[in-house]
Design a protein around this ligand. Sequence first.
Ligand code: CTP
Length: 397
Amino acid sequence: MLAGKRILLIIGGGIAAYKSLDLIRRLRERGAAVTPVLTRAGSEFVTSLSVSALTGEKVYSDLFDLTDEAEMGHIQLSRVADLVVVAPATADLMAKMAHGHANDLASTLLMATDTPVLIAPAMNVRMWDHPATQRNLAQLLADGIRVQGPNSGDMACGEYGPGRMSEPLEIVAAVETALGQGPLTGKRILVTSGPTHEPIDPVRYIANRSSGAQGTAIARALAALGADVIFVTGPADAAPPAGVRVVRIETAQQMLQAVEEALPADAAIFAAAVADWRVASASLSKIKKDAGRLPVLEFAENPDILATISQRKTDRPTLVVGFAAETDDVITHATAKRVRKGCDWILANDVSPATGIMGGTENAVHLITADGVEEWPRMSKQSVADKLAARIAAVLC
Ligand code: CTP
């Protein structure tokens, strides 16, 4: 519930603005009051009259409106809310926010506010994928801005991909989380992610392939539902999401130690691609090429972190979830892996090169539980993460 909460809703100029009308209704039926700000571009898509009728409040749109300034100055307006929500957040609004522009009412409020800000981006897929937007997104995340979506799917412009604004109820869930009201608020969840690097010598290592994208998406999704996330990550390409506690490690042994130190936890998700073996005695100095002689590496087995935590007698998390990266007989291997390791759920995926899953943005998984196997359609890694987080919330709450 959002009773007694005030949301400052900035409606940007995109076709998704029509969904913001429904968002207003959803927020109000949960008890929130909504103060609307309609940008000039936003007013090309929805009318001030509709917004005012649905919010039951005056619509603000002009920075230099003398009446507005006399009644409530823009600085005061930026401070009235418990949360500022930008929906839809266009590429232009994101760019303004990332660069600190303040040349209209919306951007000025976003600069002046001292309350948390949540944005729901919506734009054409190419605009979303554009390096400039991705740079701006990274900056906004680093600035502590909360980001909900975008979703993948058919777009109003006829293209397909990420860029669709999240649905109103997804934004409401993000609002509740931002206001400390998510379903996982108060739950502590551990997530491992990325590869581990096992040194051969100071300059060489062995590792599994892993971008860390799926683990990062899971941590982001859990945090978005309000969980206190401890994110134990190896050296991954993906930057850790905002709003989680990051513990960086390099080797499997360090990962196990970090995981044990993070217990107790309500749930633990093991998405890391842990190297099964390490070099038994890594050289402390660089191994030099020695004409005609090849180095011989002896391996030692790394601890199985998932199995170790699943089989703990004390402090075992209520829910332990592992992954199974397989290239053949996916379900058979993964089902056996769940029993052998003693975890509750396994997300099994086919990582054969032909699937494009390794290093890609999509995933196709099977959820294997004691009750059987559930096939999830191929979707973005973030959508897999959101679906998993919702399932975890259903079990823990
Ligand atoms: N895992 C782990 N510690 C290890 C190896 C794997 O915690 N030393 C976890 C992974 O994070 C994943 C699950 O175990 O959640 C399965 O990983 P996977 O590589 O598919 O399986 P392995 O145990 O390595 O088995 P195999 O290589 O024989 O398929």
